[in-house]
Design a protein around this ligand. Sequence first.
Ligand SMILES: Cc1cc2nc3c(=O)[nH]c(=O)nc-3n(C[C@H](O)[C@H](O)[C@H](O)COP(=O)(O)OP(=O)(O)OC[C@H]3O[C@@H](n4cnc5c(N)ncnc54)[C@H](O)[C@@H]3O)c2cc1C
Length: 472
Amino acid sequence: MTSKLASSVRELFVAAVGRDNAFSDPDKAVDYGHDEFSLKEIAREPDLVVKPKTTDEVAKVLRIADARGVPVTPRGGATGLCGGCVPLHGGVVLSLERMDRVLEVDADNQMAVTEAGVRLSDFARAVEEGGLYFPPHPGDESAMMGGLVATNAGGSRAVKYGTIRNYVRGLEVVTPTGDVLRLGGKLEKSSTGYNLMHLFIGSEGTLGVVTKVILHLNTKPGTMRSLVVPFAELEPALETVPLIMKRGVVPLAIEFLEIEPITLTEEHIRKKWPTKLGATHLLVILDAPSEAEMDRLSEAVAAVCCEKGAIDVFIADTPSKQDEVLAIRSKIYDAIKSGTVEILDIAVPRAEVAGHVRKVRQVAAKYGMWLPTFGHAADGNVHTHIMKARFEAGRMVPVPESDWRDKADLVREELFRDCRERGGVISGEHGIGLVKKPFLSLVLDERQIEIMRGIKRVFDPRGIMNPGKIFD
Ligand SMILES: Cc1cc2nc3c(=O)[nH]c(=O)nc-3n(C[C@H](O)[C@H](O)[C@H](O)COP(=O)(O)OP(=O)(O)OC[C@H]3O[C@@H](n4cnc5c(N)ncnc54)[C@H](O)[C@@H]3O)c2cc1C
């Protein structure tokens, strides 16, 4: 599918959203051709960017596009990491940025209703002002609610509170043919026919445009505490994670980290991590309704860690110590971004994480590459970073392209195969998008992919909705 818009068609789109909210000048449009995936070679310039304000305007845009066979790519905060909002075949980028109102925080039903273009940071603030709490917290707060739904985003708190899917109770979506569907509602239960709402969650903009979202909210947790636990070696650190869970403690998050990225991040944001001991650290974040319960949980976690040979257990129990630790964890990506080619997002069963990360180390040694690996250990979600840099004397040193380009492909493929052998999937939270599309058939059989294609045809008979993503 290719698109160069005829000026008469362009004018129809412009009329649908207003002249001030549509543009195609390359200086501005270039910013709408990529996401956070590092390699700019996947970027494509849209023929036109439209910024509708209402569901009705979204429906008008889609009807025009469907009638003329113009590809439409929905775009949220563009924080995606697999090229999902790249307009692969040109056409129209439909940016949700003007649909930015939190419409309601309904305390009695513990639900919020939001437009799709609200950023996660603004949504979380509005919910807290309403006295409630939205647990999922994927790492980039500039992501938009529609994008979070479209990718079924996760984040480190998924071990206790689940992913975005566990919170969505209703969606308003516009299908590629311009029909507005209102799916679900402020409902905690529904067994009323096929659940189309769940089909849209994680559909990466290939079935339609999410315009509104109804989300379940929790009450605020009482207290939070972070434990930083250094281990001399990788294996005991990762093998501790299933043991913590088996003892009946479900932390808010259990992250595993390597010392090199921590060192770079400390330097990058001028904050201090509690310890430099050991090679692999667990960051265990707990929440509890009372201090007494928090003490009980902390002691249980510390006991398991010590049994597995932890060097020490550092507790960040004041807000400032807590902020420092969480800031470092959340800024690792910024600190190593300039040297990163791709962030893998493999998810394996929790007890397989140690084995998979061991494989990462073998692959790193085989190809002579630095592959810093950390992630959501308790969710089995491992973020290996394929790098175009090496770590040397506390610094990130760039390596020439000839030293990483071909090897990156080999590393990716070997790790995806390892993931398959362990019963895993190639994306635990970021989605397939453009970048992982060639590998989908490694983990899903052809019949499943064919059924997915069939579902897409039902919603999108002309194939205009974010074409070329997930599968061809
Ligand atoms: C520093 C950093 C940390 C991150 N940490 C996490 C993390 O912890 N967990 C996690 O899951 N992800 C994480 N991500 C990835 C990213 O933030 C998520 O994938 C997020 O859900 C993308 O939302 P977005 O609004 O930026 O979507 P975009 O990047 O704009 O789009 C993503 C996909 O959704 C589609 N889409 C967007 N809006 C709509 C809509 N309204 N209707 C239909 N389709 C739509 C797009 O077409 C595209 O396919 C991180 C990214 C960065 C840069």
